[in-house]
Design a protein around this ligand. Structure first.
Ligand code: NAD
Length: 268
């Protein structure tokens, strides 16, 4: 039985918790929950068939074989370091939190624990992983989101952009993945993972486009290198509870957990 603790009981965390207690209950047990907003943790607890403990981050790590983060990029540096120092596996979905904290990867290599970063809302990362064995020359991401999927981003406030007033297709942002993560920390995690797996956060180019006509969160990814060229398009439905989060990101975390629990690993 893999003992799992969950940090973050929102859109993604709640679905992961249900998958553990309902779908994977022969191989895994949800032992603890944690959320900065206790009401969210209590709401999830009331809905679950199993009753994990509500614990702080420091309390839950020693009780777990795997800690799953579905909370915020702000907590990545602390959470991942604490788990790896305790030789506890960790799965993190707020990938933007790794940009500027690349030492965490070195720490993971030295640790007995594993660090998992699921593909999230972006398809085609299997090809990026394979291509990276040789040489990737360039990586580009064009993200299209409806205005409500970008709401609350620090970039909009800084540039004085009222996202509700946008009435036609508009390029909101162009820059490096590093700049994109800073500008849209909750909206562009996929740029972080693409950059970590390809040419790095300074060289990966990101464009963000919005329009009131957009219904889906779409990501167009282009990489080029010795292998040739790959272009993918993910057209994701936003989660009903959180329009910033694509439903595919939720499914990706559950698929990552399934892979951890299974002896058969399909795909690169
Ligand atoms: N990699 C990807 O493709 C991808 C896609 C979507 C979302 N994300 C990221 O996943 C994370 C979760 O997304 P979501 O849609 O579930 O968000 P959400 O807002 O629905 O839920 C987040 C939950 O985490 C809690 N939380 C926030 N900070 C915390 C902290 N420091 N400690 C404990 N709990 C904390 C919040 O109270 C909330 O309950 C976000 O950081 C989001 O940016 C990644």
């Amino acid at each position: 039985m893999l003992k799992i603790a969950l940090v973050g009981c929102g859109t993604i965390g709640s679905e992961i918790a249900r998958a553990i207690t309902d779908r994977f209950n022969k191989d895994a047990k949800l032992v603890a929950l944690c959320d900065i907003n206790e009401a969210n943790a209590k709401k999830l607890l009331a809905e679950l068939n199993e009753k994990p403990e509500l614990l702080s981050l420091d309390e839950l790590i020693p009780k777990s074989d795997l800690v799953i983060e579905a909370a915020s990029g702000d907590i990545i540096a602390e959470l991942v370091k604490k788990c790896l120092d305790a030789d506890v596996d960790v799965m993190a979905i707020s990938v933007g939190g790794f940009i500027g904290h690349e030492e965490l990867f070195e720490l993971a290599e030295k640790s007995k624990a594993c660090l998992y970063l699921p593909s999230g809302a972006l398809c085609g990362l299997d090809a990026v992983k394979a291509a990276g064995i040789s040489n990737i020359k360039s990586a580009r991401l064009i993200t299209r989101k409806p205005p409500r999927g970008l709401k609350g981003a620090p970039f909009l406030e800084k540039q004085n952009i009222d996202i509700d007033k946008i009435d036609k297709e508009t390029v909101i942002f162009q820059g490096s993945a590093k700049e994109a993560i800073k500008a849209f920390p909750k909206n562009i995690n996929v740029a972080a993972l693409l950059s970590l797996m390809s040419v790095g956060a300074d060289k990966t180019k990101v464009k963000i486009i919005t329009s009131p006509e957009f219904v889906r969160n779409s990501h167009q990814m282009v990489i080029e290198g010795d292998f040739g060229r790959v272009e993918t398009l993910s057209e994701n439905m936003p989660s009903p509870n959180n329009p910033k989060t694509s439903y595919l990101a939720v499914l990706s975390c559950i698929a990552c957990l399934k892979q951890i629990l299974s002896h058969v690993k399909l795909g690169t």
